[in-house]
Design a protein around this ligand. Structure first.
Ligand code: HEM
Ligand code: HEM
Length: 461
């Protein structure tokens, strides 16, 4: 076909060609037409122009783009793994051994899938923090924030269902511990756990269920919501970075997406892929002995991203540690952008200069207070024996929950009335306090819990 593209494409074509100053190739030529197709594809997910300040790497840190790249790696390596993997208790572990020893690059593909999966959780949390700290969730982006929180939950679900598939001791017991948390959900917990497990405990039916969820239901859901999320970013426009106390300026200089943004994305993706492949070539994904339902390891720990919850369970009645507190936390996270929609903070790191140091202070306090409370609870603060006349549901549930809520409200008051923080600085401070506290619980759970879940030093014998 020697004709040019149909007239409806004309304005877009003009814009794209206008933007490419270097080496202009006429669209009639084959190379030109190829480039036209590529550019049209790119401009489906990107606007034609972007604000120049938003291109700064230290604004988004490329985290959203990195999540897209990681999802592509997961899809590609996942499909390759399916050729070697058999989802049955008799075969699964063996197929992992065969994959690692007899399949060309099998170990590397498994490592890539394993490390990218773990990295996805970390990168999604960092992306959430970047968005939260720069007010990237403010109107009209509230709904996109909610889509983001759903993506984070789905990424954790993909990790959790994938965790079981190698069918080694680590997989079997981590999933046993993880699903046992469901039994604390009143009324619905047991039926959901039975449905998920396909029976009373982790077994052959669980492996098939998890496999189906893992290779079809969850990836398709992630793909669908992710596409919607990225489309919304395009529609709402990315927030534009600015200094504290300066008005939002929509008249900033705009540059064409091609080549300014696309070339950056391309280089960043290549660097990240190179790092990921190098790491996966050097460090193998763990594989323990084959699953043995009769022999539980001590300590039996959940996957690392659930260790904060497992740690909470050591201090609260299970209904509170596994359900009420995480549920409240999640609801607050979802509702965060809707709490105060008229904040004028989009694009300002930590809301203001004061917000920055309040966030720092809250992070330090969150870590210190949590470590202190864990130590106190371990040594002296045994609420059920201090309040023996109360059922543990109250002494170890309602009482510490009330203490926690009072502490959080009190902290908000100190920030507001005492330190004269504005509403949004105050909310940021409380968020950072709780987030730092959760990270501390996770670190304690991963590194400082030994046999019988007793507190130990990680460097001790
Ligand atoms: C698979 C997971 C995800 C993907 C692929 C993804 C992708 C992206 C991309 C490419 C951007 C624009 C550039 C950037 O900020 O890096 C973005 C922005 C955004 N993301 Fe995500 N994201 C994901 C998860 C999340 C999560 C977990 C949240 C928060 C809970 C979130 C909330 C947002 C919001 C509100 C924006 C707009 C920010 C602004 O305008 O400054 N996303 N996302
Ligand atoms: C967000 C997306 C995904 C995440 C977070 C994820 C995570 C995981 C994890 C953590 C494992 C265990 C890895 C190990 O230690 O060996 C795993 C295994 C597996 N995944 Fe995925 N996965 C994702 C997408 C996919 C997709 C799209 C497919 C296939 C279409 C797939 C197929 C498999 C297979 C066959 C295994 C078993 C082999 C093995 O354990 O290495 N995964 N996945």
């Amino acid at each position: 076909m020697t004709e040019r593209e149909p007239a409806t494409n004309q304005p877009l074509v003009e814009k794209v060609w206008g933007s490419i100053q270097r080496d202009p190739v006429p669209p009639e030529d084959d190379r030109g037409r190829m480039r036209l197709v590529m550019n049209n594809l790119i401009l489906h997910i990107h606007p034609t122009k972007v604000a120049k300040p938003a291109l700064k790497f230290n604004y988004t840190f490329g985290l959203g783009g990195l999540l897209i790249l990681l999802m592509m790696v997961m899809g590609l390596t996942g499909v390759l793994l399916m050729f070697a993997y058999t989802p049955s208790p008799g075969e699964a572990y063996n197929s992992m051994l065969v994959l690692q020893t007899e399949v060309w690059y099998g170990q590397l593909i498994r490592n890539l899938h394993h490390w990218s999966a773990n990295l996805m959780v970390i990168v999604a949390v960092l992306h959430l923090l970047r968005v939260l700290f720069t007010g990237g969730f403010t109107a009209p982006r509230q709904f996109n924030w909610a889509l983001g929180v759903s993506l984070l939950l789905l990424i954790v679900a993909a990790n959790f269902t994938g965790y079981l598939l190698p069918w080694d001791q680590l997989a079997y017991w981590a999933v046993t511990v993880g699903t046992s948390l469901l039994s604390y959900v009143p009324v619905l917990g047991d039926p959901i756990a039975r449905l998920l497990l396909g029976g009373p405990e982790v077994g052959a039916a669980t492996l098939t269920n998890f496999y189906g969820l893992h290779v079809a239901v969850i990836p398709l859901s992630i793909f669908g919501i992710m596409s919607f999320h990225i489309w919304r970013v395009r529609k709402d426009g990315l927030t534009i970075p600015r200094q504290p106390n300066t008005p939002e300026d929509q008249r900033v200089e705009r540059v064409t997406t091609i080549p300014h943004l696309v070339s950056r994305e391309f280089v960043f993706s290549l660097v990240m892929l190179a790092l990921l492949i190098t790491f996966s070539a050097l460090v193998n994904a763990p594989l323990e002995a084959a699953a043995n339902p009769d022999h539980s390891p001590n300590p039996a720990k959940a996957a690392w991203y659930f260790m904060g919850l497992q740690e909470l369970l050591l201090h609260f009645h299970p209904v509170f540690g596994a359900i009420a507190i995480p549920g409240l936390g999640l609801a607050a996270l979802m509702a965060f952008p809707y709490l105060d929609s008229d904040m004028d903070v989009a694009g300002v790191w930590f809301r203001s200069a004061k917000g920055r140091w309040l966030a720092g202070l809250s992070a330090v306090l969150g870590v210190a207070l949590t470590a202190l409370l864990v130590l106190l609870d371990e040594a002296v603060l045994d609420l059920p024996s201090l309040l023996p006349f109360l059922p543990t549901f109250i002494s170890n549930g309602w009482v510490p929950l009330a203490g926690l809520l009072l502490g959080v409200i009190g902290y908000g008051e100190v920030l507001g009335a005492g330190l004269k923080a504005t509403n949004c600085e105050r909310r940021l401070g409380v968020f950072v306090l709780l987030a730092a506290s959760f990270v501390t619980l996770t670190v304690i759970g991963i590194f400082f819990r030994g046999a019988g879940m007793a507190l130990v030093l990680p460097w001790g014998s």
